[in-house]
Design a protein around this ligand. Structure first.
Ligand code: SDX
Length: 427
């Protein structure tokens, strides 16, 4: 492997170092480029630009590989729990039994939300989108829990507080939006069972915790837990680089995830599948997706990194079938999704553009089977992604090379010109 490249510009030759990652991928280190050549680079959407070195997730977009701290996501989905996977992402290793027990105690101790925060929920219109509420409430945590020193102990508590409270806050927004009694977390329930109970328990109809549903939710959250430098993780790192507190950086990540091109796609998938199921517009949807003049993008298809099947989509598809069978649910949208996938994967446009189902294509089917309302699908993505955001934030804070994120630009506006008094301006 080469350790440098030569850039030839204006008759000069510049030697730029090449760095090699632990899986063999290589990058040109351009940190001295402007100082040595006067040049900057231009890369719309940062499609070819690495922002950092990271040891958290590894993706191979050509082979459809995803590993968290080196462990294949398939093995974690099969053998782990979301709580354990969150610990792995944040701390770099799977926990010992003692460490996992301590983590569980901390998650339980920090699962309540300050009673004064309930007032905020009353102020949001009932029709507010839960992602907007979640982003605001996470940012508001700073006001209630201002301490965040650099002490490791303090960081651990702050991190665990956020991991634990995010599900309580999500369930609260659901209950309050329906005018129902808020259900408090219970010390005797696991992370996912506690969330489901807070969402669906009621004084008049006790919620029966189904282990198959708990397992499905664990797998759903594990599959969403991290994904290297995606849009929302990049937002957490960029906002975090200004040295804001963790809650504010995470709030920025939630805001970015809301977009329909990113985490908001899971809600858009169900809306599209529902439209096709109701009005039989499958061919029209595919025609719009192929039309270069139509800004419509088929939700749940395509990916910046994966040029093959998203490994998470494969697991999610299988889980959708298993869960619906176990719960004896027949969801017509699953049939529509499978039909849409079958046609798209044989379609020249989708083949030529390397468009395959991504994590969002089947995830909504699983969430519907669990009973999560459609407008909370992206909130579920945020709960899953939280340990990844936290791990990436911590890694950036500890990175000696990390600095304030401030990209450059290529200016295309008017060159210098004089101010013109208003009376001299053309009417
Ligand atoms: C997530 O980055 C991550 O890791 C994200 C994520 C994570 O875990 O954090 O994996 C989660 O966000 C998954 C993606 C969810 N979004 C969607 O499902 C929305 C639909 N997908 C597209 O909008 C699109 O595929 C993106 C945004 C996901 C990626 O697009 P890129 O890499 O920016 O590429 P592009 O938009 O420039 O598309 C390249 C070509 C274009 O055609 P040409 O102009 O070259 O002819 O592919 C076409 C696009 O029109 N294309 C699609 C398409 N996706 C890309 N055409 C129709 N339908 C689509 N879904």
């Amino acid at each position: 492997m080469t350790d440098h490249v030569i850039l030839t510009y204006a008759g000069n030759h510049y030697r730029l170092p090449v760095v090699t990652g632990s899986a063999g991928e290589q990058a040109i280190d351009i940190s001295r480029l402007r100082a040595e050549t006067g040049l900057i680079t231009l890369d719309a959407g940062f499609a070819n630009t690495g922002s950092c070195r990271s040891a958290i997730s590894y993706l191979d977009g050509e082979k459809g590989i995803l590993r968290y701290r080196g462990i294949p996501v398939e093995q974690l989905a099969e053998c782990s729990t979301f709580k354990e996977t969150a610990y792995l992402l944040i701390n770099g290793e799977l926990p010992s039994q003692k460490a996992l027990t301590r983590f569980s105690v901390l998650l339980n101790d920090h699962s309540l939300v300050h009673e004064d925060m309930k007032i905020f929920y009353q102020s949001f219109p009932r029709s507010s989108h839960p992602m907007g509420i979640l982003s605001a409430m996470v940012n508001a945590l700073r006001s209630f829990y201002p301490e965040l020193q650099r002490l490791e102990e303090e960081i651990d508590i702050t991190v665990t507080r956020l991991l634990s409270k995010v599900r309580t806050m999500a369930a609260m927004s659901y209950k309050i939006s329906r005018g129902h009694t808020v259900v408090y977390p219970r010390p005797d329930l696991t992370y996912c069972a506690n969330f489901l109970n807070m969402m669906f328990d009621s004084p008049v109809r006790p919620f029966e915790i189904d282990p198959d549903v708990v397992k499905a939710l664990n797998v759903f959250l594990i599959l969403h837990a991290d994904h290297e430098q995606n849009c929302s993780t990049a937002a957490v790192r960029v906002v975090g680089s200004a040295r804001v507190n963790l809650y504010t950086a995470i709030s920025a990540g939630i805001a970015a995830l809301w977009g329909p091109l990113h985490g908001g796609a899971n809600q858009a998938v169900i809306e599209t599948l529902s439209e096709v199921a109701q009005s039989g517009t499958l061919d029209r949807v595919l025609a719009r997706a192929r039309d270069p003049k139509d800004p419509f993008r088929l939700p749940g298809f395509g990916h910046r990194i994966y040029r093959t099947y998203d490994p998470r989509a494969r697991i999610m598809k299988r889980m959708a079938h298993v869960l619906l069978d176990k719960l004896r649910i027949s969801d017509p949208l699953l049939d529509v999704a499978r039909r849409l996938e079958e046609i798209a994967l044989k379609d020249a446009y989708f083949i030529d553009h390397h468009l395959y189902p991504n994590v969002d294509f089947y995830s909504g089917i699983v969430l519907r089977a669990i009973g999560i309302p459609t407008n909370m699908f992206t909130v579920m993505f945020a709960i899953g992604r939280l340990p990844g955001w936290i791990a990436q934030w911590k890694e950036s804070m500890d990175d000696p090379d990390w600095k304030l994120c401030r990209p450059r630009q290529v200016y295309t506006g008017p060159n210098e010109r004089p101010y013109v008094p208003i009376e001299d301006r053309p009417s």
